[in-house]
Design a protein around this ligand. Sequence first.
Ligand code: HEM
Length: 212
Amino acid sequence: MLSLEDLVDECKTFYLTGQETVNSLLAWTVFLLAIHGDWQEKARREVIEIFGNQNPHPEGIAKLKTITMIINETLRLYGPSTLLVRQVAREVQLGKLVLPANMDLLVPNMALHHDPHLWGDDVHLFKPERFAEGIGRATKYNAAAFFPFGLGPRSCVGMTFAITETKIALTMILQCYTFTLSPAYVHSPMTILTLRPQHGIQIILESLHKDA
Ligand code: HEM
């Protein structure tokens, strides 16, 4: 049975892992769409086609193909989680290496997401079309090429919730505004638990509805 302390710990974990991560993902997605106006337009066209100016609903969210590609490409380039931590339970052979028990193992998913051997020479470019045929095709079915939510039995329990939340917020932003990057923006991604823009992301919003 969970003690009160365990319960409080679980609530803190959900707050921390659930809030900052989605916040970062949404911020980086808006940033990338602000500098890639063509993808912003494609995303808006899809949103208007599916929802018009109505609030997003579950059936429509399931149909958002372009937005899904954009979110995956953002998770690849600026995934909120930059590395996973594991502790070796007992001595184990991993390829040519022998890992002793209790060793801390850092698995840098961000390095793999930026590896030109896995993604090609255009690895640093924002190209959501990589994901046009889904994650399997984009990674050539290599599970170690893309795992923004971790891998294995301890992978993120909030993944579907996080992606749905991001889609809802992004849909509502795209329905109301066009946006560009402010000249005040200084590019400086840094990791404090999640990958964040050190100085924030300054965006210039223009309302799509004259009376808004
Ligand atoms: C874009 C958003 C998110 C990203 C990129 C993300 C990423 C991750 C990663 C990489 C892990 C560790 C997996 C591992 O060690 O293999 C994790 C674990 C976890 N995440 Fe998320 N997460 C996100 C959103 C959320 C949300 C919204 C929630 C809850 C509402 C959540 C709850 C958790 C919990 C409870 C764990 C620990 C699972 C365990 O240890 O069994 N995450 N997440």
